[in-house]
Design a protein around this ligand. Structure first.
Ligand code: UD1
Ligand code: CA
Length: 487
């Protein structure tokens, strides 16, 4: 079996992967760890880890340090289904070489396979690139391999120094480079492969006598060469895949590139973006054919939008499922919701977590829903709050209906049956249950459960005082211009 076949069969004798993500990222000038900054609506680290998890490596060790708990929580939250995921701590950030050593220490001493190392600030690396790199590394028999690219402006990247024979001799960091070395255009991308045995012995040999006083992972190259081992640099063609983000400006540039690619892919698949420049759609989002997305729309997380959906514009949608042909009028915010087919939402509606619309629903202007299961054909067209509620099918929720779900300590549930007419300005004091075919008169405060088929009302008798308004003005004469004009 060739190496390729071994890889494809997932039988690359053991492969571990390490992603370094412990640094603060000083150049971001941020209180937040660099790898938590977002690209295409997702923390950078998730983009960086996806190709490693897809490579079949086991374990995939993420080295965390700065804001370790937050980084770990974000990664665990997104990849809870990945059994290969592990974390190693680097309590003090002493450089990439030291971070890699922390990861190796968490790998069982018996592990004798190959190890892939990358950085958590490389969000554009692709799984297929890792596959071909590992294959090439395996076939070359090199002790250490890495991916390099040629740049017109090598900036702050580590320079690949080659000897007279053209073999890789060292990687020299920009800050430590001589003017001649600085002029080198071939740079280190930060994707490495080596055997666990080599790493265990060589990582310990790295010293920190350099411009930053750090243990540089890149020193592995010179260490390998000094031991008479072969080091291979595989020169990749598309440098954009290897962008390592260090600053906000680089973050914005990569974000724009990713957004362009995502939008192009969606348009190629039959989605209309009325203004691609203001469509902000996450990499994991799926959108069906003939869906039309208006200006200023963000669709994030693992959202799935059906076919023939219309999103008129100005919407923020995260982790939502939207059924075919639904229409989102201007101004929708929706999060962790399932919206069925043929629904009509907004303008200006707020669908919070746990909202489930069965289909053919209307959630109109200034309606807020939360943990609300709403049956087929049911409508709440204006100015309502439906929280911790289950509403049946074909029910009409009138204007200003409120589920009074919170008593100051606990939340309580409201249940409303099928085919009800819930009149305007009704308050439902939860916990409460209303049967099927109930007619709630407008202005009712519901305190007790209501049986099927009832009319329910809590009206106060209406009273009138003839001539009262004129008396009122009389009493206030001389106080203002004309009573009631101020607010
Ligand atoms: C690094 C490389 C450089 C390469 C470039 C590619 C080194 C010394 N230099 O430089 O040759 O051209 O990436 O983008 O490796 N990290 C830790 N612990 C630490 C320090 C860093 O986990 O103590 C992590 C960071 O969180 C980051 C990654 O390692 O995700 C890379 O560190 P960074 O400081 O961005 O390295 P560069 O200066 O970009
Ligand atoms: Ca970097």
């Amino acid at each position: 079996m060739s190496t390729t076949e071994l890889l494809e069969a997932g039988q690359w004798t053991p492969l571990a992967a390490i992603a370094l993500a412990a640094g603060l990222g000083t150049r971001m000038r941020s209180a937040r760890a660099k790898v938590l900054h977002e690209l295409a609506g997702e923390p950078m680290i998730l983009h960086a880890l996806r190709p490693l998890l897809a490579s079949g490596a086991d374990p995939v060790i993420v080295v965390v340090g700065h804001q370790a708990e937050q980084v770990e929580a974000v990664v665990r939250g997104a990849f809870s289904h990945c059994g290969s995921l592990r974390f190693a701590r680097q309590a003090v950030q002493r450089g990439t070489g030291h971070a890699a050593r922390c990861a190796m220490e968490s790998l069982p001493p018996s592990f004798a396979g190959q190890v892939l190392i990358t950085y958590g600030d490389m969000p554009r690396l692709q799984a297929r690139t890792i596959g071909s790199f590992l294959r090439a590394h395996g076939e070359s028999g090199a002790a250490l391999s890495f991916i390099s690219v040629e740049l017109d402006d090598a900036g702050s990247y580590g320079r690949v120094v080659r000897d007279a024979a053209g073999n890789v001799a060292a990687i020299v960091e920009a800050r430590d480079a001589s003017p001649v070395q600085r002029a080198i255009r071939e740079i280190n991308t930060g994707v490495y492969a080596a055997s666990a045995d080599f790493l265990r012995s060589a990582l310990g040999a790295i010293r920190s006598d350099n411009a930053q006083g750090e243990y540089y992972l890149t020193d592995l190259v010179a260490i390998a060469r000094a031991r008479g081992l072969t080091v291979k640099a595989f020169v990749a063609r598309d440098f954009r895949e290897f962008a390592g983000i260090n600053s906000r400006e680089e973050l914005a540039a990569v974000n724009a590139e990713m957004r362009k690619l995502i939008n192009a892919r969606l348009m190629a698949a039959g989605v209309t973006l009325i203004d691609p420049d203001t469509a902000y759609i996450g990499e994991q989002v799926e959108i069906g054919m003939d869906t039309v997305i208006g200006p200023n729309v963000q669709i994030l997380g693992r959202s799935r939008i059906g076919s023939g959906v219309r999103i008129d514009g100005t919407a923020w949608l995260s982790d939502v499922v939207i059924g075919d042909r639904s229409h989102l009028k201007i101004g929708i915010r929706a999060e962790q919701c399932v919206i069925g087919e043929d629904c009509e939402l907004g303008p200006f509606a707020h669908l919070r977590e746990g909202t489930e619309l069965e289909g053919h629903n209307r959630i109109g202007n200034f309606v807020e829903t939360k943990k609300a299961q709403i049956g087929y054909g049911t409508k709440a067209s204006h100015l309502s709050y439906l929280g911790d509620a289950r509403v049946g099918r074909e029910t009409n929720v009138g204007c200003g209906v409120i589920t009074v779900n919170y008593d100051g300590y606990d939340k309580h549930r409201t249940e409303i049956g099928d085919r009800c007419m819930v009149g305007c300005d009704t308050q439902l004091i939860a916990p409460i249950k209303i049967g099927n075919d109930v007619y709630v008169a407008s202005g009712t405060t519901i305190l007790r459960d209501v049986e099927d088929g009832c009319l329910v009302m809590s009206h106060h008798p209406q009273r009138e005082k003839p001539g009262w308004t004129a008396d009122w003005h009389q009493r206030h004469r001389g106080k203002g211009e004309s009573g009631g004009s101020e607010s």
